[in-house]
Design a protein around this ligand. Structure first.
Ligand SMILES: C[C@H](O)[C@H](O)[C@H]1CNC2=NC(N)=NC(=O)C2=N1
Length: 96
């Protein structure tokens, strides 16, 4: 299995400036999304799930009613890779 290279701290800072509304903390990037209701939250989760499956890159997330909390990291390298930022951008596009 080909493993992507974990990004360096400098590369992470650089990539953080290309996404809005995400925090970098504990080797992962995080966001919280709020919707009008549970149905909207779960509908977006379903759409994200299909994209994640296509990429074979899966979010760590939790949902409480209308709120979706997402953390992205690359478990295989125990860090952040291009894929995390790629998925973050896909998520942002889905909710914008
Ligand atoms: C074997 C399988 O391809 C890997 O475990 C994939 C699946 N989805 C994944 N998702 C995330 N977020 N990180 C990974 O390292 C990862 N690895």
């Amino acid at each position: 299995m080909y493993l992507m290279k974990a990004l360096s701290e400098t590369e992470i800072q650089e990539k953080m400036s290309t996404i809005d509304g995400w925090d970098y903390q504990n080797n992962a990037i995080h966001t919280t999304l709020e919707f009008d209701n549970f149905k909207d939250a779960f509908s977006v989760m379903t759409r994200i799930a299909f994209e994640a499956e296509k990429m074979n890159h899966h979010p760590d997330w939790s949902n409480v009613y209308n709120t979706l909390t997402i953390s992205l990291s690359t478990h295989d390298v125990d860090g952040l890779t291009e894929k995390d930022f790629e998925l973050a951008k896909i998520i942002d596009a889905l909710v914008s």
